[in-house]
Write a protein that binds this ligand. Structure first.
Ligand code: GDP
Length: 444
């Protein structure tokens, strides 16, 4: 969707406030309404420009409004309205769930569109709690709202922006690359990157990267490992001996940076004969800052390997030293391998699978908020000595996981608090090897 304006559709049963929401979001620019290809003219469309982006907004009121009967025709119409949309604002009457809502939810699920539930008509703060009734519809993002009072307006805009900007990065269609784990292997010259690639590809049955006519990037290698499709990013570049020979420059190498940017999981390869340095720490930092998951692998363990007990002690010592060097990134797992004889390559790949899973993991809003109330309602945070209040939280996206905490005032958030939340989130939900992002939104 990079080259087109994203489309947001307002869907909901009759009389929940679709048109009012449409008019509110569109503001004074109501007049910019044109027609859209392939979509019936009963659907109004306007262009919304927020601070951060522009999107087209579809209003299905008048189109879905006829009768309270959820028949085949209505289903068809909803499906038609969803064609080509990137995000759905699913508006409900927040005061009372209706069976019709469930019917709509079922269609939205089937169409696999990102959905924000807008629980409308919750005119005051006391009523907000009613919004939680709608978690049963199976969508994670629910905003208590009141069109007539404009309560929650800013929040809706911000969440739309967040979701759309995320779609822009990840691509809204899953396309041919769905399900692939994209791996970047980085490390200094001579740590064994090429050998690891060859070792991994040695396992594969069918390399598909060279099939003509596919859109695959010929620089990558795509193969299957334990039934999982893997894309090794820019293996062509890795095999070609780098002209960057110094140990220090390797991470600022443009090609390395690009490789990291295209990946989901980075394997940072180290030579087990060498200690981790502050330069390596910079790579760790860069990978995590770029929002990628990371595994550190010490290669050439065949040269260090001794009999079992000592071997374990050596690993522990290296691991300990590594964690001392990488400071706050204690969630990054460390493995010991030999690209040459294949030692622990299976464990490395299992680790990559696990890290990738955590990278894409979503905590459902129900579970998250049960955790929020347990963790923060009772802790000192919400005692009278602290002015900060956390109302609820939602995971607004994954890869990497990003959480939004709705609070009273940002000025009450202490500097170390995001880290504290991150730590607690990791204790509760693990998130091995993946960064976690945390943002705060004030709720008026
Ligand atoms: P790259 O520059 O990171 O791609 O490193 P290469 O894959 O070219 O490996 C550099 C050197 O290390 C070569 O001489 C390899 O044979 C050797 N090497 C790579 N992996 C291992 C390993 O697991 N054990 C041992 N003993 N040597 C290795």
């Amino acid at each position: 969707m990079k080259n087109k304006i994203p489309i947001v559709a307002i869907i909901g049963r009759p009389n929940v406030g679709k048109s009012s929401l449409f008019n509110l979001l569109l503001g004074e620019r109501k007049s910019i309404v044109d027609e859209m290809e392939g979509v019936t003219r009963d659907i109004n469309m306007g262009v919304v420009r927020t601070g951060r982006m522009t999107f087209k907004l579809l209003d299905t009121a008048g189109y879905l409004e006829k009768g309270d009967d959820f028949n085949k025709l209505v289903q068809e119409k909803i499906r038609e309205a969803l064609t080509g949309t990137d995000l759905v604002l699913f508006i409900v009457d927040g005061r009372e769930p209706h069976p019709y809502d469930e019917d709509i939810a079922r269609i939205l699920k089937r169409e696999q569109k990102p959905v924000i539930i807008i629980a409308n008509k919750l005119d005051n703060r006391e009523m907000e709690i009613l919004a939680s009734q709608f978690y049963s519809l199976g969508f994670d993002t629910i905003i208590p709202f009141s069109v007539s009072h404009k309560r929650g307006y800013v929040q809706i805009i911000e969440i739309i922006e967040d979701m759309l900007s995320h779609l822009e990065y990840s691509g809204s269609d899953q396309g041919p690359e769905a399900g692939e784990i994209k791996i970047a292997i980085v490390g200094k010259p001579n740590v064994g990157k090429s050998m690891l690639i060859n070792r991994l590809l040695g396992y594969e049955r069918s390399i598909v990267s060279d099939i003509p006519g596919t859109t695959r990037d010929a620089l990558d290698d795509v193969f299957e490992y334990s039934g999982q499709s893997i894309r090794l990013i820019d293996t062509a570049g890795l095999r070609r001996k780098s002209k960057v020979s110094g140990n220090i420059e390797y991470f600022s190498n443009v090609r390395t940076v690009q490789t990291i940017e295209r990946s989901d999981v980075v394997i940072m390869l180290m030579d087990a004969a060498e200690q981790i340095t502050q330069q390596d720490r910079k790579i760790v930092e860069m990978v995590i800052e770029k929002g990628k998951a990371l595994v550190i692998a010490y290669n050439k363990w065949d040269l260090k390997r001794t009999r079992s007990d000592d071997d374990y002690k050596q690993m522990e010592a290296t691991r300990k030293h590594t964690y001392r060097e990488i400071g706050i990134y204690q969630f990054v797992p460390v493995e010991f391998i030999s690209a040459q004889d294949g030692y622990h390559i299976d464990r490395l790949m299992e680790l990559v699978f696990r890290v990738d899973k955590d990278y894409h993991f979503r905590v459902s809003t129900g579970v998250l908020n049960a955790w929020v109330s347990k963790e923060f309602r009772e802790s000192d945070l919400n005692k009278p000595s602290s002015n900060l209040r956390i109302y609820y939280a939602t995971q607004i996206y994954s890869a990497p996981p990003k959480f939004m905490f709705f609070i009273n005032k940002k000025e009450h958030v202490r500097k170390d608090f995001p880290r504290q939340i991150e730590k607690k989130l990791r204790e509760a939900f693990e998130f091995t090897g993946t960064p976690i992002k945390i943002t705060f939104k004030e709720k008026s």
